[in-house]
Write a protein that binds this ligand. Structure first.
Ligand code: XMP
Length: 318
């Protein structure tokens, strides 16, 4: 029978046998999948696992710092923390095309990660939190004519560094990985975290990305997510986030006219991210969030709510 506990004990045996005396590296993004994978591999091989967290500067408000503390204090995942936010911003300057953003972020990530990983000897493996839906979607990228988004940050790395992959969750869905995480005693508050794309807020700022826009989006997103948690809705939602649109509209503030950006809010329910429905918030909730954002975040004077399902829309806007 498949149980999370059996899965953990079998995986630990398999990973030990596969790795032998080699060292293994892992990019800790703070996502549930890669973190659960790292905790599992850590149990199998202990100090042979080297974890690296790269702050891309494209994460949510305070997120990089908070997860870094969690890794150290609760998950026994000592790791190297690298702040590469300046480099990412510089490389993304004036870039609008969503796929080009992803490519640049992926390549920059590899560049920074490789430089760090090369400092260690006898590294033969890379851990990835790849799930079954990722496997399916990347097969269809190669096979079908439709271009689906390129999903993984460290995609080109294994060939480049001559590494074999350890992907313990290739046959699992997200809810199964969450149960594996529970079996590994990872705190519930972490297990329930919503998925967050590798390219982060860069694909939630339509058009070119810069520090000012990132800060505006971080503030608005933080108000939205905090309200969702306060109203006990976080667990009912698959993903929720804000999107900064490259559209300005007219507003009034006191006696004067404003001409500022539009912010879209998105929240969806889903089981695996392959299909999704928009979440039916109460009007009062939307009113509260909208008022808070417009009153507190300078640069936004209009908030809209996205009521599209996937398909035909996607979850992200880019
Ligand atoms: P879409 O927008 O394609 O998203 O409906 C499906 C799921 O994938 C996430 N996503 C990404 N994750 N790199 C990632 O690691 C990416 O480039 C990327 N694009 C989308 C999205 O957040 C959702 O969970």
């Amino acid at each position: 029978d498949w149980t999370p506990e059996n899965f953990v004990s079998n995986s630990i045996k398999e990973i030990k046998a596969k790795v032998g005396p080699a060292n293994v590296i892992c990019a800790l993004s703070g996502g549930v999948d890669s973190t659960v994978a790292a905790v599992l591999v850590k149990q199998a091989i202990g100090e042979q696992l080297i974890c690296i967290h790269i702050d891309t500067g494209l994460m949510r408000k305070n997120e990089s710092k908070e997860i870094s503390e969690l890794f150290n204090s609760k998950l026994n995942l000592n790791h190297i923390h690298i702040d590469a936010s300046e480099l990412f911003l510089q490389k993304l300057k004036n870039v609008s095309d969503p796929e080009l953003k992803r490519k640049i972020i992926g390549n920059t990530f590899i560049e920074v990660f490789e430089k760090e990983a090369k400092k260690f000897e006898n590294v033969k493996f890379l851990v990835q939190g790849t799930l079954y839906p990722d496997v399916i979607e990347s097969v269809s990228v190669k096979g079908a004519s439709a271009t689906i988004k390129t999903h993984h940050n460290v995609g080109g790395l294994p060939e480049k560094m001559n590494l074999s992959l350890i992907e313990p969750f290739r046959e699992l869905f997200k809810d199964e990985v969450r149960n594996v995480g529970r079996a590994l005693n990872i705190p519930e508050e972490f297990i329930e975290r919503h998925p967050f794309p590798g390219p982060g807020l860069a694909v939630r700022i339509l058009g070119p990305v810069d520090k000012d826009k990132l800060d505006i989006l971080r503030e608005a997103d933080d108000i939205f997510i905090k309200a969702i948690k306060q109203h006990n809705l976080y667990k009912k939602i698959w993903q929720a986030f804000a999107v900064l649109l490259p559209v300005q509209s007219v507003g009034v503030m006191g006696d004067s006219r404003t001409y500022e950006n539009v912010l879209a809010l998105r929240a969806v329910t889903s089981v695996d991210g392959m299909t999704a429905d928009w979440f039916p918030f109460e009007p009062d909730f939307l009113a509260e969030v909208s008022n808070n954002i417009i009153n507190k975040v300078r640069g936004i004077n209009r908030v809209v709510y996205d009521i599209s399902s996937k398909p035909p829309a996607t979850i992200e806007w880019e």
